[in-house]
Design a binder for this molecule. Structure first.
Ligand SMILES: Nc1ncnc2c1ncn2[C@@H]1O[C@H](COP(=O)(O)OP(=O)(O)OP(=O)(O)O)[C@@H](O)[C@H]1O
Ligand SMILES: O=C(O)C1=C[C@@H](O)[C@@H](O)[C@H](O)C1
Ligand SMILES: [Mg+2]
Length: 166
């Protein structure tokens, strides 16, 4: 009926990393909607953006989220922009959502340079800053718990979230 926990946050906040650790600690499966979209499309997210554009990606992402929110017992990590969709925000209301927060400087260090995150191409730091400023209220709106990840090891963060889940 419902994932055990759903992780949201900006690129580089550690959603995929922490979700994998949580799944292994809790003996659950890890599901990541970015991976689901890539499997459905048969290509990496960067290629979906280049071939079909962001709107096409968002539509695949929305479908992946609707399916994943039915996945009982999974630990679910969402793409960084999942919360831009008002229907997704409404759907998340009944779920155990954790916002992994991170500062601009630490997120920029973690994501580095590369084509895997198409929305950050160009000036990574500027793109990331704009995106984080615009989205912070939306992450906070859907979250039951906010965890600051700066300077903290993934294992330590996973332990705190397990404690919160009781
Ligand atoms: N708490 C942490 N401390 C240091 N490095 C971290 C931490 N969490 C994640 N990382 C590193 O930051 C990078 C990004 O992590 P990850 O891919 O899990 O982020 P994400 O939130 O899933 O990003 P995206 O939205 O792009 O999918 C990885 O190299 C990961 O090893
Ligand atoms: O922040 C975003 O909008 C994105 C983050 C990634 O997880 C991917 O979902 C995609 O690259 C878009
Ligand atoms: Mg991820």
């Amino acid at each position: 009926m419902s994932p055990v926990v759903v992780l949201v946050g900006p690129p580089g906040s550690g959603k995929s990393t922490i979700a994998a650790l949580l799944a292994s600690r809790l003996g659950k499966t890890h599901r990541d909607t970015d991976t689901d979209v890539e499997n459905e499309a048969g290509k990496p997210i960067s290629d979906i953006f280049v071939d079909s554009g962001e709107a096409a990606f968002r539509s695949l992402e929305r479908a992946a989220i609707v399916a994943a929110l039915q996945d009982e017992g999974a630990v679910l990590s969402l793409g960084g922009g999942a919360i831009l969709d008002a229907d997704t925000r409404a759907d998340l209301a009944g779920h155990n959502v954790v916002f992994l927060d991170v500062s601009l400087s630490e997120a920029a260090k973690r994501v580095g340079l590369g084509v895997a995150r198409p929305l950050l191409l160009g000036n990574v730091r500027t793109q990331l800053r704009n995106l984080m400023e615009a989205r912070r209220p939306l992450y906070a709106e859907v979250a039951k718990l906010t965890v600051d990840t700066d300077g903290r090891a993934p294992e330590d963060l996973a332990a705190e979230i397990v404690e919160h889940l009781g």
